[in-house]
Design a protein around this ligand. Structure first.
Ligand SMILES: N[C@@H](CCC(=O)N[C@@H](CS)C(=O)NCC(=O)O)C(=O)O
Length: 218
């Protein structure tokens, strides 16, 4: 398959940024449909047919339709030609290691921590206000990072070693979200974050995704 007819839906959140950033790292041609969450734009008939859960990001490529950010990214790295600077392991252990980082980030950092903070801190009219849940989620996030310090600092410069991978993009998007929620990120992540922000694909997609703000200094 070529990259023809690749459409990436969604803008404005850490999860939409992931798919755009990776598409740029891969040098793909794609159409960006920058609809926002809870704007009504995810409730159109056209989008409901793509994602009945009316969530972004979503990807349509020919007759393939995917609606989870990590799955979209995996599809892109396994479907399109991957430039030499992006790592896609082709052995069982390498793939398992990559998935380990991805699942850690998606479940522990994204779903358990960041989304709890958003649900019970930002979206209180839908999910209810819970300062206790927010505080517990922040502590959980901090603890998860703390436990991974050795593995992250020992991995360098990227989580999988010498090259950027899907895992780094997922992970960095959670660090960006944490910063947005004013969590105090540890000093040992500073160089990693500076390195990620210096990437042209990040710098190009961050303001396009978020629109109203460009990446703050680390
Ligand atoms: N696990 C999903 C989460 C997607 C998600 O929750 N998207 C939010 C924006 S970040 C959304 O579209 N929310 C709108 C809604 O829930 O109606 C992914 O990583 O793609």
């Amino acid at each position: 398959m070529t990259t023809q007819n690749l459409v990436l839906w969604g803008a404005g959140t850490m999860r939409t940024h992931r798919t755009l950033w990776l598409a740029e790292e891969l040098g793909l041609d794609y159409e960006h449909r920058p609809i926002g969450p809870r704007t009504g734009e995810t409730r159109t008939d056209e989008f409901q047919a793509i994602n009945p859960r009316h969530k972004i990001p979503a990807m349509v490529h020919g007759d393939v339709c995917l609606t989870e950010s990590a799955a979209i990214m995996t599809y892109m790295t396994e479907t399109f030609p991957v430039p030499d600077h992006v790592q896609v392991p082709d052995d069982a252990l390498g793939r398992a290691r990559l998935l380990e980082w991805c699942f850690f980030t998606m479940s522990e950092l994204d779903a358990n921590a960041i989304y709890s903070i958003r649900r019970h801190g930002d979206l209180v009219e839908i999910y209810g206000a819970s300062p206790i849940a927010v505080r517990a989620a922040i502590e959980y996030f901090d603890h998860q990072l703390e436990c991974m310090e050795e593995r992250i600092t020992g991995a360098g410069p990227f989580l999988m070693g010498e090259k950027i991978s899907v895992a780094d993009i997922l992970f960095m998007s959670c660090l960006d979200a944490a910063e947005h929620y004013e969590l105090a990120l540890p000093d040992w992540l500073r160089d990693y974050r500076i390195r990620m922000r210096a990437r042209p694909a990040y710098a190009e997609t961050y303001p396009r995704n978020y629109g109203w703000r460009s990446a703050p200094e680390v």
